[in-house]
Every structure is written in structure tokens, then in C-alpha cells.
Design a binder for this molecule. Structure first.
Ligand code: PEP
Ligand code: MN
Length: 363
């Protein structure tokens, strides 16, 4: 059973006036000029409520730029004075937490590399004891829902209630246009488990390149995610980290304008029609399950009959014929060939199992 979470409503701690809530700013703080110039443009975009910048950067190789450290926090304080935007930085250790709290950072975020480590989560949670600060928790690098929910539950049990999940995609070793495969089914499952927990989508780290940002952000909105974390830089071509995926604030403004934000709940007529269609689906699903159960009881009967007559379970010729006929039938009705095959294979596996059970049953 999923333990219940105690999540403070987003509106109770953030001036949020409708989807999408946007968190934006550079991948890394690089100079005072860069953060202030970027923020000065971002503040003109009404959806942008929070300014992000990486101060300590988790880099794969030691010789890469690892962030400007503490001095960048002072630049961020200037951003807050200039613009009034809330500030967020990534923290990966109790030391980072202390520095961030000392410099009036409003929201902390836990990166994909930190969230996988329960020791780090515990230490960060302990450093936050007594601070009622909001936390954004990115998904772990590996596509494992439990690692993500484990970190969320751990923070929640340590008294942190202003929590937000961030979907930034997963490392996955197949060729894909994305830097990190979105695997939408994982954040969707988390949203179903914890419907009160806001979910942001981070198309920058999913896509790895500017061109894919818009369709990814649109999909997030169509899945009713609360908002977006998008990396922006006043001069993306000069960025020291994640250059290919950062966009100018101006381009972010255009991207947000071209998003279609569909309503979560529609008019009465729409809801009535949707309800009707949904109850039709419920009925069909019930029939499907009934039919499968009936099919399995016939299968058992065949199994018993084969046993009495000492006939083998798997009869390849018959199975090949079933596959051919059913695929043809399915395609005629407009079903996708691969889907029919997958479905038949699952049914066949269960059929074999059922007949094996019958064979092995002592008379
Ligand atoms: C980032 O947001 O810049 C970052 C390092 O993100 P992630 O932890 O998702 O890789
Ligand atoms: Mn980045």
C-alpha cells in the first residue's frame, strides 16, 4: 500500500495563478551579469514565478566546469532584489543546504544524481529540520519509480510538506532523439499515486536540444502536469553547460505563447458526454475480462481432455493457425498488427500455464 503523503497545496506557498507554472533560468550561474541579464528578461514573462540556476554542478568528468559555488548565491540575491522572482538552486549535501539557507534561497531542488542515494536524502532532510522550505525532487537517472517515491516519502516523513516532483527523463540505452527518455508512464503513475503532488516537466533535460522542447512541453501540459522547468540563458551559445538545450528568455516567451493549455475539466455537456463514454469503456472492459475467464475455463477443459488422451500441450500447427487467423481478423477491424500479436502471446502464455497446471494436478 502507498503510504499517504501530507502535501501542502502549491497555492498556499507560491503565488500561482494557473498552469503552466514556469521555473526558468540558466543551467549554471556563470557570472553576475549573466544571471541578472537573464532574470531581467524572464521577469517580463507572467508564467515565470521562480528563477533557477545551478551553483554546484554535478558533472560526469572532473575537468568540466563544476559551478561557481558560494559567490553565485550573492548574485542570486541581487536577482531577487532586481526582479522579486523566487530563487531555487540544486543542493546535494548538507553543506549546500546551509549555504543556500544563509543566502535566502526560497526553494531547493534535488537533482537526478542525488535522488538515487537514500544516505544523501537522509542527510539533506536532517539539514533541513526546522526549515519549512519547499523542495523540488527530480526523478532519478534510472527508470525506477520506487527510488523516486522513496525519496519523496523520506522527505515527507522528515516533516517537509511543500514538495513538487520534477520529471526530467531517464537514462536509457536505446537510440532515441532524446537526451533522457521521457518514459511518460512513470510520472503518470506517480501522479496517480499522489494526485495532490504538483508535477513539473523539465523538457530541457529530457530533450537535450532546443528543437524538441515545444512538443515535449505540450505533451506535459496535455497530461495535466502543473508546469515546466526550462533552462534559459541570455546568450545560450556561450553557455558553459548544457549549451544545446538552453534558449533565450525571448524564445521561452514565444514557446509559452504557442502552448495550447487545455482545460482539466470541461463544461457540463462535455463532462456528461465523457462520463457516458467512460461508462461504455467500463462495460467493455468488464466484458473483456468475462470473455477471458470463459476462454480460460474452456482451456482447462481442453487440458483435462488432452491429459486423459495423453496428448501434448503445445500444438504448434494449431497455434500458428490461430495467430494467422486472429491477426487477419484484427487488422480487418482496424487493430494494430503488433498489438494483436502481443495480446495473443499473453493469452497463449497463460493458456499453456493453465494446461500445465491441469497436467501436473494429481488425479
Ligand atoms: C540541472 O537542472 O541543471 C540538472 C543538473 O538537472 P538533472 O539533475 O536533472 O540532471
Ligand atoms: Mn542543465
Amino acid at each position: 500500500m502507498t503510504p499517504p503523503l501530507h502535501i501542502a497545496p502549491l497555492k498556499s506557498w507560491l503565488p500561482f495563478d494557473g498552469r503552466p507554472l514556469v521555473v526558468s533560468g540558466p543551467c549554471s550561474a556563470e557570472s553576475e551579469k549573466q544571471v541578472r541579464a537573464t532574470a531581467a528578461e524572464l521577469v517580463k514573462i507572467p508564467e515565470v514565478k521562480v528563477f533557477r540556476a545551478g551553483i554546484w554542478k554535478p558533472r560526469t568528468r572532473p575537468s568540466s566546469f563544476e559551478g561557481v559555488g558560494k559567490k553565485g548565491l550573492k548574485w542570486l540575491q541581487k536577482v531577487k532584489q532586481d526582479t522579486g522572482l523566487l530563487l531555487t538552486v540544486e543542493v546535494a549535501s548538507p553543506g549546500h543546504v546551509r549555504e543556500a539557507l544563509e543566502h535566502d534561497i526560497d526553494i531547493l531542488w534535488i537533482g537526478a544524481r542525488t535522488v538515487v542515494n537514500p544516505f544523501s536524502i537522509q542527510e539533506i532532510g536532517e539539514a533541513l529540520q526546522g526549515h519549512d522550505i519547499p523542495l523540488m525532487i527530480k526523478n532519478p537517472l534510472n527508470p525506477d519509480l520506487q527510488t523516486w517515491t522513496g525519496a519523496i516519502e523520506r522527505f515527507n516523513q522528515m516533516g517537509l510538506h511543500k514538495l513538487v516532483a520534477v520529471h526530467r527523463g531517464f537514462s536509457f540505452f536505446t537510440r532515441s532523439p532524446y537526451r533522457n527518455a521521457p518514459m511518460w508512464e512513470i510520472p503518470i503513475e506517480l501522479m496517480c499515486m499522489y494526485p495532490k503532488m504538483p508535477m513539473l516537466n523539465d523538457p530541457s533535460h529530457i530533450c537535450g536540444k532546443r528543437e524538441l522542447l515545444l512538443p515535449t512541453a505540450q505533451k506535459a501540459m496535455d497530461l495535466e502536469m502543473t508546469g515546466l522547468m526550462i533552462e534559459t540563458h541570455y546568450r545560450p551559445e556561450d553557455a558553459l553547460t548544457d549549451k544545446r538545450q538552453q534558449i533565450t528568455p525571448e524564445r521561452l516567451g514565444k514557446l509559452l505563447k504557442s502552448l495550447v493549455i487545455r482545460k482539466e475539466t470541461g463544461s457540463f455537456a462535455f463532462k456528461t458526454k465523457l462520463e457516458g463514454l467512460r461508462s461504455e469503456i467500463d462495460k467493455l472492459d468488464e466484458e473483456l475480462i468475462d470473455i477471458l475467464a470463459r476462454r480460460m475455463s474452456v482451456v482447462e477443459e481442453i487440458g483435462r481432455y488432452k491429459k486423459e488422451n495423453r496428448i501434448t500441450i503445445l500444438q504448434l500447427k494449431r497455434w500458428n493457425k490461430i495467430i494467422r487467423d486472429r491477426i487477419e481478423h484484427g487488422i480487418r477491424l482496424g487493430l494494430n498488427r503488433e498489438f494483436v500479436i502481443r495480446l495473443l502471446e499473453a493469452i497463449h502464455d497463460e493458456t499453456i500455464q493453465k494446461q500445465m497446471d491441469v497436467m501436473n494436478k494429481k488425479a
